[in-house]
Design a protein around this ligand. Sequence first.
Ligand code: AMP
Ligand code: FE
Ligand code: FE
Ligand code: ZN
Length: 291
Amino acid sequence: MRIDLHTHSDRSDGSDPPAQLVANAAAAGLDVLALTDHDTTAGWAEATAAARDTGLGLLPGLEISTTHDGTGVHLLAYLPDPDHEPLRHELQRILDGRASRLPSTLERLREVGIEITADDVRRAAGPAAAMGRPHVADALIDLGVVANRDEAFERFLSPGRPAYVDRYAADLVAMLDIVSDAGGATVIAHPWGRTARETLTSDVLTELARHGLDGIEADHQDHDDATRAELHELADRLGLVATGSSDYHGEGKMDCSLGCNTTAPDQLERLLDAAAKARTATGRGIEPVLP
Ligand code: AMP
Ligand code: FE
Ligand code: FE
Ligand code: ZN
């Protein structure tokens, strides 16, 4: 069983349409895939239909923009009811924040002499429901300003660079409650990756586990081998599920292909148990597509 629980489609900042993502996952020899676009469920229907046709297992999920102690934290949510009102409300607020940030980002790029319009970004974003900096980066590539997304982030879009603009993110602890009330399970994405390591100390993760967090993503390309080992050990100690995933973005980010990191079958089973428990407790949540 090969299991990849963190991937993006073109409904956020990946490049594959959801059905293509499912086909690529099957071709890569995966048995179970989770679709976890940033802050949107817009790809779920297409991915679910494709998974049923293909015989691939699928967990519809999300990677939600949250914040804890002033630091951005990406929270993976699996199998929540997308119509649960508090969840819909928060996701809409995040998407609105993404959209309303764009004019200021473009204004700042124009201040450093780059002629770029909202239409350029919209064209680059295609069918994306969650608009983000990667789409601004893609527009800059199309305009010939940078060669790739990495260069766009380094020169313009990362915090501290001239076109960085903050946006709304949901409170992490509140979001843990919202997702479990929606019948879903929660896993913190790349907890000790590029940005949140200082904030998400072992003590903080211990507290979050007490608060109902179900798991942490241990195997991710932003974690070196020592970090992965520490996170596995911590997950064991705290009774958290430990996952491994590619965080695949198609051509958007070529550092890790589908299945480059995977989740052990027993860990998936525990994650599905956590979601099933939340589903029973709340009467909400959705079922995975089983392979
Ligand atoms: P945003 O959603 O607008 O906050 O943009 C953050 C997203 O940009 C992350 O989820 C990554 O997928 C992507 N990203 C962050 N840093 C880089 C980078 N250096 N190169 C390419 N993509 C990046
Ligand atoms: Fe992304
Ligand atoms: Fe992330
Ligand atoms: Zn991701």
